[in-house]
Write a protein that binds this ligand. Structure first.
Ligand SMILES: [Zn+2]
Length: 129
């Protein structure tokens, strides 16, 4: 018999030192993202969790694909938010520059976000070097 330590809630995949349920899990459960960065983090976590419905409903209607082909074989290993632009309560648009790493590579992207009926949504992004 081995002694087991009491389990601690897993930290959120998005990199913040907060349990998932108190972090991106709240947004996945329907709480509105307060900033583009929060939305971006929750979308990264949705990729990790293969939560296609969340990704689609947080995509701007003008650029939203009909469906996603999420690859369950992708092993996401971390998210770094490198910069943010605008996206405060006084803005209707904002940007987030990030690096999302997976086993074997990384995505370095400047993403654009906009408000639709008050809620931040992902519009599109440019890959960076
Ligand atoms: Zn999170």
């Amino acid at each position: 018999m081995s002694r087991r330590t009491s389990p601690r809630p897993a930290l959120c995949p998005c990199g913040l030192p907060t349990p998932y349920e108190a972090c991106c899990g709240r947004l996945h459960g329907g709480v509105a993202a307060p900033t583009p960065e929060a939305l971006m983090r929750s979308r990264y976590t949705a990729f990790v969790r293969l939560d296609e419905p969340y990704l689609l409903r947080t995509w701007h209607p003008a650029t939203r694909p009909a469906r996603l082909d999420l690859d369950p074989g992708t092993r996401w290993t971390g998210l770094e938010v490198l910069a943010t632009g605008d996206g405060t309560a006084f803005h209707s648009a904002g940007t987030v520059t990030f690096r999302a790493s997976y086993r074997g590579g990384a995505i370095h992207e400047l993403s654009r976000f906009a408000r639709v009926e008050g809620a931040w949504v992902y519009v599109d992004g440019d890959f960076l070097d």
